[in-house]
Write a protein that binds this ligand. Sequence first.
Ligand code: NAD
Length: 255
Amino acid sequence: MGRFEGRVAVITGAARGIGFATATRFAEEGASVAVIDLDEEAAAAAAARLAPVDGASAIGVGADVSDAGSVAAALARVVGELGGLHVLVNNAGITRDNLLFKMSEDDWDLVLGVHLKGAFLMSKAAQEHFVAQRYGKILNLSSTSALGNRGQANYSAAKMGVQGFTRTLGIELGPFGINVNAIAPGFIATEMTDATAARLGIELEEFRRLNAEANPVRRVGRPEDIAAAAAFLCSDEASYITGQTLYVDGGATLG
Ligand code: NAD
């Protein structure tokens, strides 16, 4: 029996990358999955690529997690179409990297808006259902960049903010049967890191090789590495774990 049989999972930013790998894993383990992403067509196309088990289903919903009205409408649709809500993965993300002196106010607002305000809005809307049913799982995507990364003052602040947010929700929601945790990935090969290579003017294979050498396991991460940890943290096997941030980074932050 899959760990998510009978559960409905919402995963933001799931049209590709880590979010899509997580949606795939959750669907394989029995969940009905709502793929949320900015573009409705991309979200629907991703949902159509999932293979839900018998009795489960998958839908794609276009929504902007940094917009309260969009979030409310998206969750209402998910609950209406999939019949409930049990797991929320706040994965949607963007980067707008620049050194501080070149970073615009827009770069700051956009990144904080998607990662931090987005996680806040989604979690606030989801907790209504979770508290009422005395069950829920929230998983937030942090990053090793939370510990500091040149050119990412906005992203780093957002990702460390996510860790504080996770701890606080762990305290507030634990008594209602809700677990709240975070994963801080290291370098994962996705379009997000491909774009970083392009911005730095480094050839993609070389960029990945350098990042592989920068951690003890000597490879870059795959979206499936994060999906596996996400599945564990959102499962009932992890019901005594809350408020934690799990670094899934090949040991890159060990020093
Ligand atoms: P990605 O760029 O491949 O995918 C991100 C998805 O989020 C995209 O489909 C995008 O359309 C969606 N999105 C962006 N803004 C949105 C919004 N306002 N509303 C809804 N959807 C939105 O990125 P990824 O590499 O898969 O990263 C996923 C998460 O993991 C992000 O939070 C990222 O910060 C985090 N992360 C990634 C890495 C890595 O190395 N790739 C490392 C650490 C943390």
